[in-house]
Design a protein around this ligand. Sequence first.
Ligand SMILES: Cc1cc2nc3c(=O)[nH]c(=O)nc-3n(C[C@H](O)[C@H](O)[C@H](O)COP(=O)(O)O)c2cc1C
Length: 208
Amino acid sequence: MFYRPEDGHGLPRDPFNYLVVPRPIGWISTRSADGVDNLAPYSFFNAVAYSPPQVMFAATTGHQQGGGLKDSVANAQEMGEFVVNLATWDLREQMNGSSTSAPRDVDEFDIVGLTKAASTIVTPPRVAESPVHLECRTTQVLTLPCDDEEDDNTVVFGQVVGIHIDERVLTQGHVDVAKLRPIGRLGALDYVDVREAFEIKRPVWTEK
Ligand SMILES: Cc1cc2nc3c(=O)[nH]c(=O)nc-3n(C[C@H](O)[C@H](O)[C@H](O)COP(=O)(O)O)c2cc1C
């Protein structure tokens, strides 16, 4: 099949969500100017550069929360900082629970019963139960095209200024995916449980 997004797909579910998969989940913690901590998952999330390391997360329209920027975006923009916590199999329920569209003065750490660990460089707390944290400084916030004229799609870029790794997920100095067990997002309510890695050697070009 082929379709232009503006013409519709004719399928029971929007396939786009199922096509860019699996998506890593950036579980973003931020702190507001009023000192309220916030936690929410974003699967429009990825690493975008190595040196210096940089990441991004993107928020789709905020109408489900009554409009305006999502809290994570507003806080990352206003305060210039955020933390990415790795979402793992063990933390899947808390990750999902933290996606509730709670008002800005509600701290999702409390709602889902997670422990806060102080960050080393930035102000927002880390999810203590998560084995990996990326402390980030916001570098850019961009507004993307949006079909809803009254709303925005927004992407937040950040530079990673500190990285925490629980040594229990290392095997001989390497991050061991079987110990880490990250989860990824498929479409809608579906996820992937990452337990196995496989290796493929890169080809080396040789002149014939
Ligand atoms: C696994 C998962 C991934 C999500 N990914 C996104 C995303 O990439 N962008 C987005 O705007 N909302 C996403 N959401 C929904 C947000 O988490 C939800 O709107 C949340 O209330 C935003 O919280 P905040 O306003 O505190 O930032 C996702 C939800 C789940 C459960």
